[in-house]
Ligand binder design. Sequence first.
Ligand SMILES: [Cu+2]
Length: 299
Amino acid sequence: MYKTLTAGAALVASGALVALAVPGAASASAPSHIARPGHSATVVSNGTSVSTSHRTILAGHDRFLVASTNPVVNGDGGSNVTLFRLNHGVSVSQFNADIREEFSQTPAVAAKGTRDLVRDITAYGLADVVPGHPEIVTENLRAGQYYLTDLVKFTGTGSPALTSLRVIGQDRPGVLFGRTLIEPTSADRFGVSSTYWPHNSAYLFKNVADTIHFMSITPAKAGTTDAQVQAYFDSHVQTPPPFAVNGPSGGNDVVSPGHTIQVNYNLPRGTYVLLCFVADDMTGMPHAFMGMHKVIHLT
Ligand SMILES: [Cu+2]
């Protein structure tokens, strides 16, 4: 598995975009410019625009190797790569209006942004990654017009760059697998099957809530407790969190209610905190402030 990941990352670093090849797995039915199920696309973002090895993939059990070339400086950087569809009758300009609301500093506007995004789009992750720590996201996609974007640098003005991705053909869903199950809830909490995870493994993110959620896996000092994390958010100070440490982060981007994604990750062993900063759909406060944080240990 991670031989594949390393090879993918090396290709990314050299600037060549090549689909992950699975020898012997290919059926001859699809033209070569369409990725086959099992190794759908390599997705690379520089923090502003998203490149993909394939603009057309087959419906079914789709796998995305997601990598970032945006350097992390003082904790800022990497990529928040989102894959989404516009719901029926929704235009790109409506999506842009919704996303500007979501990033508003005015809580009531941010809350409306979340409600509008839940109504207007269906989000399928993908991944929140930093250079050197790509992830593989696996999920079942149906035919349709999809978009990729990276909102890591988006500040609430203008319109994010979109990359289109077409999914074609019949549904051929496959099984998703994770060592850990995360179920984000309508009460803005992370339900987790365990707080001790293998540092190099896969989790399932199953959105059982009525709102959108994401999950950042952020490094934290050993011994950090959720009470300390909550106390920091309650204090509303502008200084960096006292529990923060430098190091690679991971996680997944926004997933819509009712959808599940599998995320394969490889991060250093240690203490991390799971965080979601979607605006609450009523208060407009970031979910983390409302209690959506969970200290975990990668072993
Ligand atoms: Cu959330």
